[in-house]
Design a protein around this ligand. Sequence first.
Ligand code: SF4
Length: 468
Amino acid sequence: MSGATPVGFRDRAREALADPTLREALLSIRRGWPHARARAIARLPEFDALRDHGRAIKDHVLAHLDLYLERFERAVTASGGSVHWARDAAEARRLVLEICKRAGARTVTKSKSMIAEEIDLNAWLEAHGIVPVETDLGEYIIQLAGQRPSHLVGPAVHMTREEITELFARHHGTPPSERAEELVAEARRVLRQRYLEADVGITGANFLIAESGSVITVTNEGNAELTHGLPRTQIVVASIEKIVPTMEEAFTLLRLLARSATGQEFSTYTTVVTGPRRAEDLDGPEAFHVVLLDNGRSGMIGGTLRSMLRCIRCGACLNHCPVYLAVGGHAYGSVYVGPMGAVLSPVLYGIETARALPEASSFCGRCEEVCPVRIPLPALLRYWREEAWRRQLAPPAARWGMRLWRHLALRPGLYRIASGVVARVLGLLAGRRGALRRLPLAGGWTGSRDLPAPEGATFTSLYRKGVR
Ligand code: SF4
């Protein structure tokens, strides 16, 4: 998976916290999308009812997923296309490569797809002599930079304009241009030629419509339209939970998606594609393939993580998460980042590898508050923490510490005595300064600031005296 791994999260997070350029970029998310979302929602009084409806649609689909997937396959086949089933990333990569080879592809254009990231498609195609060209501006930028996306909606949101200017000048051999409009025009010039050269177009899917076999993509740049409209062969890579019964349900979810993601009422381009080109069509591909990826998702349906499959990849939970907004996406070392990534990554990489991600949460609950399909993200993060505990993945010191705490917490009298002793000792250690620079066995509390010492009293004793 993109050569990335969540191992090393702590070190990468520390580096990210010390990076002033990244801090500036993350600040622009904090100042932008959450406010745009709030304004868009204020203009739509039925937004909460729409969220309930969205949740109900996704729950219904998940309860009948086999039925809708089969219906989708029949509809795609009836329209002249083909559906291919992939159990895991390796199978999906193999299927895409086979289609590309049959099409004699040397260059493929791609529009933004998290599933393509999940199966590490670009590296695989390159290793087999096929050049993948990203056509979403953000994806194009990070492809040139040799990086992974750092955000679901804005893949290059961590980069400054100066960095992009330098990158374009280096790769395009053009004089550096400072203005955003000039950079966009430059990317457009380069990409236009690539669209014309491509043998295959690969897109993701925001929704798959079971009744008609249609694929819906949304973009703000129109690049998905050119990706599936110009090459002779189109491949859609999508995960199984993207299915919805009808167009009507898809449009309910689209109303939630754009508002939650960027505060737009609707994305600039919403495109519906059904099968290959028909005799009366002016354009469109001659061959149309959909690769449907499971990759652990069917295993989530019957368990605690089922609600995570409602996710419509809006990114709102990232934009409101204090951890994501402090360390950015690359610290996670995963394709999926922020709160939703901290829940999904252990499914993809295993909790042994991704254990640090569910730990990286303040449990403030903002992610659940803003999630358009009401995914209980904190509860799912807690599930993974409990799972890690059950498998004894925490370091021995942490496990002993928690056992000791549990022992005391179950004995209120003993807890009061022990906490009273600790409060007194901390008060003595702090002395007249009233604060501790270092805390034995709990250095994280004093790593970046002094800890004010308790003044001889515990929370319980103050509470009993009625001090508020
Ligand atoms: S978990 Fe919810 S808020 Fe986060 S990306 Fe998915 S749908 Fe959006």
